[in-house]
Design a protein around this ligand. Structure first.
Ligand code: ADE
Length: 237
């Protein structure tokens, strides 16, 4: 699978791409990640990518030309244009179902917004799939693009190594359930024991215990995933 990221801050990706699970996948040739600097398509002596908003107001808006032209150019660099995603708090909210849909594409182009936003005409012309990673405002779309990249890449066959761990993950089933609690050695830590059933060697019992855990945890923590009213919860705010 190929990912193209269009950003004004390409350096932000080097740490992540140099360390993660993704690096292994890139080295193995399973995924191809290309980072592009939108500024390379800016015009004029000063290569200005942003400007003040018409109508007034704070902040700067990304001009349409470098955004549209970088996307058009990058699309031509592959053998297919790919699915265009714009990371923006105005988009539909990412979840595992959307991650699975995105992973069905052979190529994704991820556009990272900045400043107060992108000139609406660029969005109207390109009609990207607008995606938000949650109801909060980030400094830009870069961190959100890394979230999408990370979540989608681990669904690409061969990236995880152990394909089973995908299916066991939280949110992967229908209805999506949280994962069961995991334990490893030692058997006792500071007086806390590993649940007996996990040491029983009885695999049907273990499977039953895990299924129960998934359901109970989901009901306690995320009843909304089951279409139920959320349980009374202590509020942290
Ligand atoms: N850019 C700024 N905030 C964002 C968010 N919550 N999701 C995606 N892109 C963003």
């Amino acid at each position: 699978m190929r990912f193209d990221v269009l950003t004004l801050f390409p350096e932000m990706f080097s740490g992540y791409l140099g360390q993660s699970l993704l690096k292994r996948a890139v080295d193995a040739g399973i995924v191809n990640v290309q980072i592009h600097n939108i500024r390379d398509w800016a015009q004029g002596k000063h290569r200005q990518v942003d400007d003040r908003p018409f109508g007034g107001g704070p902040g700067m808006v990304l001009r349409p030309e470098p955004v549209v032209e970088s996307v058009e150019n990058v699309q031509q660099q592959g053998d297919r244009p790919g699915h265009l995603v714009l990371l923006t708090p105005q988009g539909r909210q990412l979840n595992q179902r959307i991650v699975e849909q995105l992973a069905n594409h052979h190529r994704l182009l991820l556009i990272c917004g900045r400043y107060e936003g992108i000139d609406q005409r660029a969005i109207d012309l390109m009609q990207p799939d607008e995606i938000s990673i949650g109801d909060y405002i980030l400094g830009g779309g870069e961190v959100a693009a890394m979230v999408v990249l990370d979540a989608v890449a681990r669904l690409v066959p061969g990236v995880l190594g152990d394909e089973e761990s995908n299916k066991q993950d939280s949110f992967s089933g229908d209805p999506p359930l949280l994962e069961f609690a995991q334990y490893t050695r030692p058997r006792e830590y500071r007086g806390l024991q590993v649940p007996e059933v996990l040491m029983s060697g009885n695999h049907p019992d273990i499977a039953r215990w895990r299924e129960e855990q998934k359901l109970n945890r989901t009901r306690e923590r995320r009843a909304d995933l089951l279409g139920e009213d959320p349980a009374e919860r202590r509020s942290d705010v």
